[in-house]
Design a protein around this ligand. Structure first.
Ligand code: USQ
Length: 802
């Protein structure tokens, strides 16, 4: 490769088409696409999503490679606001850097304090870090910084390109001064501040900077996409991230009213996506001299007021047989203009560098494409955002609306969320393995390591620290050490062996383990297979009777009590309030191990009495397979010493020595877990449990109806506080049904021949992830009903009867 071009914010609306254009125009150059996925996850978390479901960035890069036979793009998941940026620039030495990695929504920046702070930090810190990194490592590089046309103060004067020579008190300035800037929102103020910093960096440090004062971009297609959906860019049309022309397009195509804010006399500059990207790409060859802050007004449609824009789009829409409507709201942004403001706009590139596609052509082409790619429409995308001056207690009213959108019963919201983040067509309801890594994180992780084992370790260390921070927030456990381990089964093997070694130091050879009849083999199995342990399985009638249970404890004086927090076959929650503290009172020297594999992520963990709590990450945290979290009481951890004895510690921290997975492992596990915990915290444990139990109640109710109708004797085990539906059938073998579902890509769990709460039979377990929805569960139920009907009606009981 003959050089490197770096695009910051390459997964955005402009970033991706720009990357394609550069890759095609410069096949001998390496194009690095950096993004942190913020835009995608933030839009989804607000309850919105783009019109078209676009593949993730790495799939798009692959599709581009296939179509054009080029392999000069590579994606990097990194934060601009971290040392990763300087490190990347130091390593790659790009000659051209596009900076598009900014929070670009004025409405988002006005949602509340957190959003305002995020905008300032991300935009201004990111910009500052870029300037310093370029100064340090590639001072001759060309920075192309996306500014905003909206930074300029509009006062009836012609709008110059960044600098002009004003007159005052009869005198004309001798050197050009910055054209006045003013804004009504935090986003645009952050861009104004950026302009000052880049101007300073050019003047004082001699950097070469082109600042592109970008007007509102509209449209969906660029020439490189060639109408291939796997190369499309995101098209947002919601009130926070959707911009005016794109919103109007989506509104006319879907039959909603175009929402004009205020009088509609306010003006907006516009530019078609293809024109904007073409022009941006040409700056690679058009480099300003050292020390120049060149400002470019990037706008092609200079005359539109919002009313005129709506009227023009309405005309074009009518021309293609649509029935456009326009509605007016109050002046949400304080833009009130009694009549259209008058000013002209200078654009030095117009006619040369800046190609201007006919507005009507782009609008017609966009309408046609939106009609063809009609998506799941969510009407809340069309409502306006709330007024920028309507704040109470520091919280903008919009957030309340967003909360309402996200509530448990909002199928449209969750459907969109699933499509955005867990788009698999399979329905995974196997509560033993809900390890479905969100789509938007997969690519991130793939690109972190680039085949270098040392970077794998470095990433592992960094991720481990973040995991510990996340865990401390999610599960504050005073007096415990939290460690990232292997899964419950793997950790229990180690713990059973280490315990044996420690217990035998007192000379004893045989140890009593008290447990229940419904443990998962992964937890209790190691004790069952090591002959030094003698197991007693208490039946549920004893476990559920406080007095009887205490009597057993006192009589047996077990060395170890091993119990599950949520019962494996039924999903029922242990009555831990009295159970665990009673164990500690009755047998204070016994080691109490709590298997939280079935409860981690959906129930509050009962810290306080248990010496160890062990859970897996591939169930309700939807995290990596083979990972686990284990909490050890401080004194227990000191006594037991370690689980891993090979001293290949990955960390300096002695607290983790011997308890965290040592070197020689795949530490992407840590990165995957970090991503899963981040997602888990973003959605929130409460929302997750509420949504999952709500769906589980629906599935249970409907399943009951189907089985009752078919005359199949059954009962549901468990309770209503768990998102696990556990179905017990005694007269039928449910395995053929399980197999039938599996072939239809519906996964559940079948446990044959088990005893639960004095009943004997076969159990089918359904665990319902929060991101599922009624429509997909209905499909599962219909599939079950079709199997059951068929088997009964065709008198194929032979399939069902044991
Ligand atoms: O449904 C809507 C949406 C917007 N508007 C009006 O359309 C105008 C433009 O609003 P917008 O949301 O499309 O765009 P804006 O907030 O101005 O910001 C967008 O356009 C800027 C360039 S410029 O518009 O400032 O030139 C970029 O910097 C930003 O990143 C991009 O989000 C405003 O007068 C707004 O009141 C409506 O009337 N109805």
């Amino acid at each position: 490769m003959n050089g490197t071009i770096l695009i910051l914010g390459a997964e955005g609306y402009l970033g991706w088409p720009l990357a394609m254009k550069l890759a095609l125009h410069h096949p001998d150059q390496k194009i690095i696409l950096l993004d942190n996925g913020w835009r995608k996850s933030t839009v989804a978390n607000l309850g919105f999503g783009p019109w078209l479901q676009i593949p993730d960035l790495s799939s798009r890069i692959e599709a581009f490679g296939r179509k054009y036979g080029l392999a000069n793009m590579c994606a990097v998941h990194a934060e601009v606001c971290s040392d990763e940026l300087a490190e990347l620039i130091r390593r790659e030495r790009p000659h051209t850097i596009y900076h598009l990695a900014q929070q670009c929504s004025a409405s988002y920046s006005m949602l509340g304090l957190q959003q305002a702070l995020y905008t300032i930090r991300n935009n201004e810190e990111g910009n500052m870090r870029l300037l310093w990194a370029v100064r340090e490592y590639v001072p001759k590089a060309h920075i192309i910084k996306l500014g905003s046309f909206g930074e300029y103060a509009k006062g009836g004067l012609p709008i110059a390109e960044g600098y002009f020579k004003p007159g005052y008190k009869g005198q004309l300035a001798s050197t050009p001064l910055p054209y006045p800037r003013a804004a009504n929102d935090i986003y645009h103020v952050s861009k104004i501040n950026d302009s000052n910093y880049v101007a300073m960096a050019a003047r004082t440090w001699g950097l070469r900077i082109t600042e592109v004062m970008q007007a509102t971009v509209f449209g969906l297609l660029t020439s490189e996409m060639d109408a291939s959906p796997d190369l499309f860019t995101r098209f947002d049309y919601d009130p926070i991230f959707g911009t005016v022309a794109n919103r109007f397009l989506a509104q006319v195509v879907s039959g909603s009213s175009m929402t004009v804010y205020g009088s509609g006399n306010q003006r907006t500059g516009l530019m078609a996506l293809n024109d904007a990207v073409n022009s941006l790409a040409r700056f690679v060859e058009d480099v300003p001299p050292v020390g120049e802050h060149r400002v470019v007004n990037h706008v092609t449609e200079t005359h539109y007021s919002i009313n005129e824009l709506a009227a023009d789009i309405a005309d074009i829409a009518r021309g293609v047989g649509l029935d456009p409507k326009i509605s007016f709201t109050s002046d949400l942004r304080g833009e009130s203009a009694a009549k259209k403001p008058i000013y002209s706009i200078e654009t030095s590139l117009q006619g040369s560098h800046l190609y201007h596609t006919d507005f009507h052509t782009v609008i017609r082409e966009s309408i046609s494409l939106l009609q063809k790619q009609y998506s799941t429409l969510l009407s809340h995308h069309f409502s306006p955002h709330s007024a920028w001056n309507e704040c109470s207690d520091g919280k903008n009213l919009d957030l309340k609306r967003v909360d309402a959108v996200r509530k448990t019963e909002n199928e449209a919201y969750w459907d969109q969320f699933r499509i955005n983040t867990f788009p698999s067509t399979r329905v995974n309801l196997n509560p033993g393995c809900l390890a479905t890594l969100p789509q938007d994180r997969l690519e991130t992780i793939k690109n972190q390591v680039n085949g270098n084992p040392l970077s794998l370790y470095a990433l592992g260390r960094e991720a481990f620290i973040s995991i510990q921070e996340e865990c401390a927030k999610l599960w504050p456990a005073i007096g415990y050490r939290c460690n990232v381990t292997s899964s419950t089964s793997q950790t229990m093997n180690l713990l059973a062996l280490v315990l044996l070694r420690r217990l035998q130091e007192d000379g004893k050879r045989c140890f009593q383990v008290l447990t229940s009849e419904h443990e998962h083999p992964g937890g209790i199995g190691p004790f069952e297979h090591l002959p030094e342990y003698k197991l007693t399985y208490l039946p549920d009638v004893v476990l559920n009777d406080a007095e009887e249970f205490n009597r057993c404890l006192r009589e047996m004086q077990p060395d170890i009590v091993f119990l599950s927090h949520v019962y494996y076959p039924t999903g029922k929650l242990m009555q831990d309030k009295w159970r665990l503290s009673n164990i500690k009172k009755a047998v204070p020297n016994a080691i109490l191990i709590l298997d939280v594999a079935q409860s981690l992520g959906i129930q509050q963990l009962p810290f306080g009495d248990a010496d160890v709590l062990i859970g897996s990450t591939h169930k309700w945290l939807h995290g990596p397979l083979g990972g686990g979290l284990a909490w050890f009481k401080e004194d227990f951890a000191s006594w037991i010493g370690a689980l891993y004895w090979n001293k290949q510690h990955l960390f300096e921290d002695p607290q983790t020595h011997g308890f965290s997975i040592p070197g020689g492992q795949d530490f992407l596990l840590y990165e995957r877990l970090r991503q899963s915990l981040k997602r888990y915290r973003e959605i929130g444990p409460k929302a997750i449990l509420e949504r999952s139990t709500y769906l589980a109640a629906y599935l249970k109710r409907e399943l009951n109806g189907i089985l009752g109708h078919a005359g199949i004797t059954h009962c549901f085990m468990g309770d209503d506080v768990s998102p696990v539906v556990s179905l017990l059938v005694s007269d039928y073998d449910p395995y053929p049904l399980y197999e039938f579902l599996r072939k239809k890509d519906i996964h559940i769990k079948c446990i044959k021949h088990c005893r639960v709460e004095a009943k004997v039979g076969h159990v089918l377990r359904f665990g319902i992830p929060y991101y599922e929805n009624m429509g997909r569960l209905r499909m599962v139920l219909d599939t079950i009903a079709s199997f059951v009907d068929c088997a009964i009606m065709d008198k194929q009981e032979v399939d069902l009867v044991i």
